[in-house]
Structure formats: C-alpha cells, structure tokens
Design a protein around this ligand. Structure first.
Ligand code: F6P
Length: 347
C-alpha cells in the first residue's frame, strides 16, 4: 500500500506532527510506503512529489510550517484543466501513475472540500482537519488554534504595559477569517477591554464608550478585533477586495479603521498592531502537538480499515471519524452565549 500525503491552505503549527505520526504509524504498524505531495493540491495535480519515510520525519514534531509545503491551489477551478482533462482527472491520472492507493489530505475548509469532491469521484481519501481559525464543523478543535491563541495572548500581555505607560488605546487585529474564535479566546485570556468578532457586527460608538470608560479608570484599553469583524455603520467600509483561488476575500484593515475612528471620536491616541502570520508561525503548543499526533495516528488507522471519505475529528476527548462533507458543509461560528460570557468584562 502506498499512501500520498499533502498539506493544503494556510500553514499551521502542528502539520509536521500529523505527517510524522502518519509515517511512523503507517510504516511501523502496517508496512506502508508514503509519497509526499508538494504544495497542497498542486502536488497531485502536477505529479510533484518528495520522498517521505521515517528518516524524513525525524525531528519535525516541534517545527512549525509543513515540510511538504502548501498552497491554495484549487483543482476544482477551471484554471486547473489541461489538455482537455479536468483538475480531478489530472489528479486521478497522477495518483495511478505514481502507484498511490490512498491519499491523506490535511487541511481546512477548502482543502477538505476538494477531498470530498475527489472521494465522490472514487479517490480513496481521508481528511485531517487543520486551521488556526478553529471554524470547522464536526470537530471540537483543530490543531494550530491553541498555538495561535497563545501567541495572540502573549502579544496582548505585552501590549498592556506599553498601553498603560503611554496612555494609549491599543488595537490588536487577529486572524480567524469569518469566525471569531481566536479573538474570543485570546481576548478573554488577555483581559481585553472589548472583543470584536465577525459574528456580532459592532457599533463604533459603543467601542469608543468602552475605550473612554477604561481611560477613566486610568487603565489603558486593549481592543481585540478579529480580521473579519465589521462595524454596523455601513459608511465605514474596507477597501481590499482581492480574492484567492477559492474565492475568499483577503481580509485585513479593520484594525486600521478602528485606530482612526477611536482617535477621531475620543481624542485619545490609538495604535494598531496587526499580528498577521506571526500567529501561524513557530513551534506548536503541547496541546497542538498531541492533537496533531493523535489525528495522524487515527487517519492512517482509517486508511488501514479501508474507511474513506471520512475526516478524523476531536469530539470531547475522543478521536472519531466523520464524513468529510459534514465538516465542510457548515462553518463553526462563535455562539451568542459564548460571546455573552466575554462581554461581562467589556468596558
Ligand atoms: O485560514 C487561516 C488564515 O490564517 C486565516 O485566519 C486568514 O484569513 C488567512 O488564512 C490568511 O491567508 P494568507 O496566508 O493566504 O494570507
């Protein structure tokens, strides 16, 4: 049995832990051989591979990023067709010529959406959920999220001292795409003055009231804003509308908008820090290393059991198997009651 492995979409701490666990378990327990595909779906689309065996995965558990490389290549897009063959057909042809019997696709909503489509076309695929955004349905957590939250929390802790020393409002923009999980967890853990998430459009006036009240207590405000959060005031819009291969708008700019509006409306100095890709970089936390390792073990067990079209998931403390389509059909957003818990500490 030869198993292909790829990592797609944004990189994420813990990807190497999954790869290591797949290869170690698969080689030691089942005698499998592995083919690494470079740069997400681009690898199987173009037949671009790298050797993947036990020596190749030694020492990679603490390393961020992915030894396989990644990309946002979309084989379902029209642009993936070549010589009259669709992207899906090109992948099927390459898997056949490389002797790859099964594929493990490690990725988020987009990568797993392609995995589900390939499975419907008869490809033996198992999915492993990854994203710092933690927005995949059917799994309680994705690895990478805990690391991103801890990085953001540490940044907030550091910004507290400089905010107080300079009597400034500091805005911290975090990632998360259309879900507010990173902002919610990092903001709660870091004692934010207010947390703004995409699920709850915010009032700029209300944010400024929170900022003013924090200044009155001589304690400088920290505003944590998710990149996808938006004000209810329609005239305060953002400019960047570029799309990626899966049609997602490139997010960003809300922190800058808040900076300008807070200064204008409160007369206090406001500064924005955009954490950006720092949240995805560096070594994974212990939680993410363990989750990634468990996902890898259970994914190769699914291959061994001949159960395809499934994604491994964390439900409670158990690793389970769920249809890939379930994970990608609905985004997991922050429920109102979770946001209400954080609101206790606003202002
Ligand atoms: O999905 C992970 C993520 O980091 C999002 O939080 C963010 O919106 C997006 O990827 C950024 O993508 P890129 O690295 O392509 O700019």
């Amino acid at each position: 049995m030869r198993v292909g492995v790829l990592t797609g979409g944004g990189d994420c701490p813990g990807l190497n832990g999954v790869i290591r666990a797949l290869v170690r378990r698969g080689t030691q327990e089942y005698g499998y051989q592995f083919t690494g595909f470079r740069d997400g779906w681009r690898g199987p689309l173009e037949g671009d591979t790298i050797p993947l065996d036990v020596p190749a995965v030694r020492g990679i558990l603490p390393r961020g990023g992915t030894i396989l490389g990644t990309s946002r290549t979309n084989p379902l897009a029209q642009a993936a067709s070549e010589d009259g063959r669709s992207g899906v057909q090109r992948i099927k042809d390459n898997l056949a010529s490389l002797g790859v019997d099964a594929l493990v696709a490690i990725g988020g909503e987009d990568t797993l959406g392609v995995a589900a489509a390939l499975h419907a076309e008869g490809v033996a695929v198992v999915g492993v959920p990854k994203t710092i955004d933690n927005d995949l349905g059917a799994t309680d957590y994705t690895f990478g999220f805990d690391t991103a939250v801890n990085i953001a929390m540490e940044a907030i802790d550091r910004l507290h001292t400089t905010a107080e020393s300079h009597h400034r409002a500091l805005i911290v923009e975090v990632m998360g795409r259309n879900a507010g999980w990173i902002a919610l967890h990092a903001g709660m853990a870091g004692g934010a003055n207010v947390i703004l998430i995409p699920e709850n459009p915010f009032s700029m006036d209300r944010v400024c009231e929170y900022v003013e009240s924090r200044f009155e207590t001589r304690y400088a405000p920290i505003v944590v804003v998710a990149e996808g959060a938006r004000p209810i005031e329609e005239d305060l819009s953002l400019l960047d509308q570029r799309l990626d291969a899966f049609g997602h708008v490139r997010l960003g700019g809300i922190g800058q908008l808040l900076e300008g509006e807070i200064e204008k409306r409160t007369g206090k100095e406001a500064r924005c820090t955009v954490l950006g890709h720092i949240q995805r970089g560096g070594t994974p936390t212990a939680f993410d290393r363990v989750l990634a390792t468990r996902f890898g073990i259970h994914a190769i067990d699914a291959v061994h059991d001949g159960v395809f079209g499934v994604m491994v998931a964390l439900q409670g403390t158990q690793i389970t198997r769920v249809p890939i389509a379930d994970a990608t059909s609905q985004l997991k957003l922050v429920p109102a009651e979770r946001y209400a818990e954080a609101e206790v500490f606003f202002g």
